[in-house]
Design a protein around this ligand. Sequence first.
Ligand code: ATP
Ligand code: MG
Length: 352
Amino acid sequence: GNIIFSGIQPTGVPHLGNYLGALRPWVKLQNEAEENTMLFYSIVDLHALTGQQPPEILMQMRTEMMAALYAVGLQHRRSTIFCQSSVPQHAELMWILSCSASMGQLSRMTQWKSKLALPDDASPFDTVANKPGLRLGLFSYPVLQAADILLYRATHVPVGEDQAQHLEFARGLAASFNHAYQHPGLASPPLVPPQTILSPAKRVMSLTDPTKKMSKSDADPKSRILISDSTADINRKINAAVTDSIEGITYDREARPGVSNLIDIMYYMDDSVASSPQDLATDFKDMSKRALKAKVADTIETHIAPIRHRYQTLIENEPQTKTLLRRSIDHTRVARRRALRTVTEVKSLIGI
Ligand code: ATP
Ligand code: MG
């Protein structure tokens, strides 16, 4: 059967980009999965350490993320939902993979550059020399991510477009490991190169700078709409969204990134409104930006309201929160069992 794995960092309440690019596809995969499909969804707190939050904030964000995952529709009977740091094998496999990961390849990854607000062609060597901000953990982030995925022998990984480059890297690591440690006694290769699943809404842009993706860690809270935002928050943030001074509504992600992002958000929230973002823009061609924003905010509100309600119930009701944490103990056990199997096999192959 298929094995689905994906992760999300506990760096804040999920926003529309997380929801449309990852969480909604996770729920869809869960709801449409066949009996023999396994689904692993991880709160990747070891990855979040690269952001260096205060400990009590990190602790709180893990609980909030757990509530958010259930609020969007994941179910404990179908999906295994667990914290990465509760399964020690993530760090163990990471070290093993680090020993064959290429520094050159890691230096071409764009994520560490965008987290440090550097140009895509920045070299880590200049960065280390000029700026103490490049930590080893941020640089080697994709190796830990590869370990996360390969540990569960995932066949499919649903992510947003910003992670596509890291998945390519993970496939490369798996292939070279399999090549280096072929073993005639093995029925299948030790590591499984996974397929990337990109949702159609693969890159939702920031509301304050539509040339950047929407991010949990962006310093400006107005850049994103959270699944917990109130009706008033949604209206205020959409109203303040940066657009342009061109008359009318057209869809062109290059020339009109702000307007196109709003069209995309509305279309992907509810694709019954038109047959494509382009068609939606044509329907709205004579509309003012103010009126467009009102429609977008309305669509978001309609779809977010039930999620916000479930989220609030889970977060504010202590017995409910405790139930989630208790379930995560059972799920951790399931995850550990599978992770241990892979690491045991990998270690015996490499001779330790
Ligand atoms: P951070 O700023 O802390 O990195 P993030 O918003 O990038 O937070 P992650 O936890 O890194 O969120 O990623 C979780 C998932 O959400 C990944 O699959 C990622 O590709 C997806 N994702 C993140 N941002 C967007 C976006 N703007 N559009 C579509 N998908 C996104
Ligand atoms: Mg991210």
